[in-house]
Design a protein around this ligand. Structure first.
Ligand code: TYD
Ligand code: MG
Length: 457
């Protein structure tokens, strides 16, 4: 084998090395290196620069002389998607849509194509389904636009030829792992294939001003297969999340060159496609058990939007030497820490109990402001005392058992009252922001929270 023609890539992060390594210096993963042949003139690595896009070397310019490019965003026709993208689609951008298989990426992309094809020419390239299968799905979703072109193909040469012939405004690629570039010898889905293909679409999108959506499947570990290689090349990375057996799906931006990354979009998967959920709080709280111990409601912030979530806890006596702990939708270590604080500072003998916690609706509670609701659910289950169902708990729990102030408290309390809750238990530290509000109860520490379960709220 000629020297320099083969290279080793980390399957997790795309780190490139000339020899095999046991541990990746890039991401620290073990045994992830695979050997791949690269062609001598490969554009791999980071040579997808803009001089390559235009073909000529341009000149540096003073910033004052560069005209301000007021990019008109295109409305996608899906409000929640626009929100996540930062107000609409930026023409000529490259967007990666990643998610587990079967989560609804193809469905979303087909619906998006349907909306966009009302005004623009859209090419939907599928390497996974035949044209007939896509037509069936489209018929179910009631999509039949004149300007929507379906192309079932996996060869990059053929796809590039189609793009150049058709001159679409938008190209959808489903999925990048199924396409094959004939100049790369490794199998479809390998790091060098994905890198080459994304590079080609990047050049196409920047030179012809085409908006490209690339669908990518995620590996079991939660990374995009052949992964961060893609993340740094594209303008926007969207993750489509959710439990497959639950109908709610969350769309989240993890990188966005044209907007903020902390907005989420909420969808519901129904018989006839994905539906936007305009009021996620109402939807997520639907069917909440009443008059039961072990549940509490929190108002969490997802970007600029307050979302009400129900936390359930189950504490039961354990026969095991190491009692079981399980958390769904909440960081395991955070849960363990809260249990330790409740044991040490609150005097609850949780060390002898199995403890389970679950966030309803498939959303994840990432912020410390949800601590108080988790603590309330645990105490409620432990004591078997019901927390009134019209009560919301918001606050961070510190290691000494103190309840710490949280951000956006007015928004959270406002949303809670708007949705019909009657009482909010909040940190004493937030008193200033909520000075003239009624039905707000301030707590300083875990003891004060516990006392509600003795004398009632
Ligand atoms: P799909 O978009 O094919 O997932 P992905 O491209 O991410 O792999 O969606 C697959 C699931 O969605 C499948 O289990 C069926 C379900 N589904 C619906 O419930 N309703 C629908 O209208 C459609 C099209 C799919
Ligand atoms: Mg699919």
């Amino acid at each position: 084998m000629a020297k320099g023609k083969t290279c080793f890539f980390c399957n997790e992060c795309g780190y490139e090395s000339s020899g095999w390594l046991g541990k990746c210096p890039g991401c620290g993963a073990w045994n992830t290196f695979v050997e791949e042949k690269i062609r001598p003139d490969s554009k791999g690595g980071n040579s997808f620069g803009f001089s390559g896009v235009s073909g000529v070397h341009s000149k540096a310019m003073p910033i004052q002389e560069i005209p301000l490019d007021h990019q008109q965003r295109t409305r996608s026709g899906i409000g929640e998607l626009d929100r996540v993208l930062g107000g609409g689609i930026v023409p000529g951008s490259l967007v990666l849509v990643a998610g587990d298989p079967g989560i609804g990426k193809s469905t979303m992309m087909l619906m998006l194509s349907g909306h966009l094809a009302k005004q623009q020419r859209v090419l939907y390239v599928s390497g996974e389904e035949s044209s007939g299968q896509i037509k069936m799905r489209a018929a179910r979703l009631d999509i039949c636009e004149e300007q929507l072109y379906i192309y079932a193909e996996t060869s990059m040469d053929a796809i590039i030829a189609q793009v150049e012939a058709l001159k679409p405004d938008v190209v959808i690629v489903d999925s990048v792992q199924t396409l094959a570039d004939s100049t790369v010898s490794s199998a479809p889905g390998s790091v060098s294939q994905i890198r080459e293909i994304t590079g080609t679409f990047l050049r196409l999108s920047k030179s012809l001003n085409i908006t490209v959506f690339i669908v990518g499947h995620v590996t079991k570990e939660g990374a995009i297969a052949g992964p961060r290689v893609l993340e740094h090349m594209v303008d926007t990375v969207l993750y489509f999340e959710g439990e497959r057996h639950l109908s709610y799906r969350i769309l989240r931006a993890v990188k966005n060159r044209f907007g903020s990354t902390n907005e989420i979009g909420v969808f519901e998967m129904r018989e006839n496609g994905l539906w936007e959920v305009e009021n996620p709080s109402m939807a997520l709280l639907e069917g909440r058990p009443t008059n039961n111990a072990g549940t509490a409601v929190v108002c969490a912030m997802e970007g600029s939007r307050p979302v009400m979530l129900e936390v359930q806890a189950l504490i039961s006596g354990s026969n095991l030497t190491n009692p079981r702990r399980m958390s769904t939708g909440l960081d395991y270590n955070r849960f363990a820490l809260l249990l330790a604080v409740l044991e040490k500072r609150g005097g609850y003998r949780l060390g002898a109990c199995d403890a389970y916690v679950n966030v309803i609706g498939g959303l994840k509670l990432m912020e410390p402001a949800s601590d108080l609701a988790v603590a309330a659910a645990v105490i409620s289950s432990y004591r078997n005392v019901v927390l009134p169902e019209d009560t919301v708990c918001i606050g961070e729990v510190g290691l000494t058992g103190e309840i710490r102030a949280v951000s956006h408290i007015e928004k959270r309390v406002g949303e809670s009252f708007r949705l019909g809750f009657k009482r909010c238990i909040v940190p004493g530290g937030n008193r200033k922001q909520l000075a003239d509000m009624e039905n707000v109860i301030f707590v300083q520490n875990i003891h004060e929270l516990s006392s509600f379960f003795e004398k009632g709220v």
